[in-house]
Design a protein around this ligand. Structure first.
Ligand SMILES: [Zn+2]
Length: 286
């Protein structure tokens, strides 16, 4: 697929979700939209710039080398073309699950990934709001991912498009009928599922890491669906003050002394009482 078509599809999807989430929002916004958009567009522009300058060329070169040398799992195992595509696609996705977990568990990576999480609301404008340092470091992960899997350039391109499209979708604040979302969530990470990942409660932030397929969270017991969206406060308690989400402050944040992420300015921890939690974890809540 040509980058031109990819950009057109993703741009169209962005606009669709943007209009939709303002007509039928899932969660009520806390912060002023214009101010957030300014910050999110700024951080995303730098992220996309670094992706174009570093991550894409590095990825393209890795894809070339892997196919020239016949390196990686998919080159070592003899599979029909269709199976090679399916296995490649699924392995790409589980690799991103591990990369996302690493971004939360490794302190240096979390300093950077935290910038994505301190957005006080969650909508489609949050989708590409990643610190440029996180994006630059992801180039290293890309090389390992491509080399270990031995993914073909075509599978990679198709996965990449689905990955970006679902990243837009699951960050969006669109209100889908619960029945529809429960069904969709059998095969895709959806807005309610990812909304729980952006909760200010540590336990909830440390769940729902999947990007495209939700199965990896179920497999690793990091799935959490029983939190009603109306009870979720989006953000990171230690970085919830208004100035924390200014463009300059957010970009500098990883390089400054880190606060206790999970305590509010008044020292209290963000916790959830059991009365706020819905029915069994297999069931997604309104
Ligand atoms: Zn995260």
């Amino acid at each position: 697929m040509q980058p031109y078509y990819t950009a057109a599809i993703l741009g169209g999807l962005f606009l669709l979700l943007f209009v939709w989430e303002h007509r039928a929002p899932l969660r009520t916004a806390r912060a002023a939209l214009a101010r957030r958009l300014f910050v999110n567009v700024g951080i995303s522009a730098l992220a996309l710039g670094i992706a174009a300058l570093i991550v894409e060329p590095v990825g393209a070169s890795a894809l070339q080398q892997v196919s020239d040398r016949g390196f990686g799992l998919l080159h070592w195992v003899d599979l029909p073309a269709a199976a090679q595509f399916v296995v490649g696609f699924v392995l790409m996705d589980i690799a991103f699950y591990y990369w996302h977990v690493a971004n939360h568990r490794i302190p240096l990576l979390w300093r950077l990934h935290n910038v994505h999480h301190i957005d006080p609301d969650l909508d489609v404008s949050t989708a590409f709001r990643f610190h440029l340092g996180e994006v630059a470091l992801s180039a290293g992960f890309r090389v390992v991912q491509i080399a270990v899997i031995g993914v073909s350039p075509l599978t990679f391109a198709i996965y990449e498009l689905v990955f970006q499209a679902n990243t837009l979708f699951h960050h969006s604040n669109v209100h889908l009928p619960l029945r529809v979302e429960r069904l969709l969530n059998k095969i895709l990470v959806t807005p309610r599922m990812h909304g729980i990942h952006h909760s200010e409660v540590w336990r909830e932030n440390n769940s729902n890491y999947s990007v495209v397929f939700p199965w990896w969270d179920r497999l690793h017991r990091t799935l959490r669906l029983n939190i009603p969206q109306s009870r979720i406060v989006i953000g990171i308690p230690g970085y919830a003050a208004g100035p924390d989400n200014r463009l300059g402050n957010a970009l500098l944040l990883p390089f400054l002394r880190q606060r206790n992420y999970w305590r509010r300015a008044d020292g209290t921890a963000a916790e959830r009482s059991s009365t706020d939690i819905g029915s069994p974890s297999s069931c997604m809540e309104e």
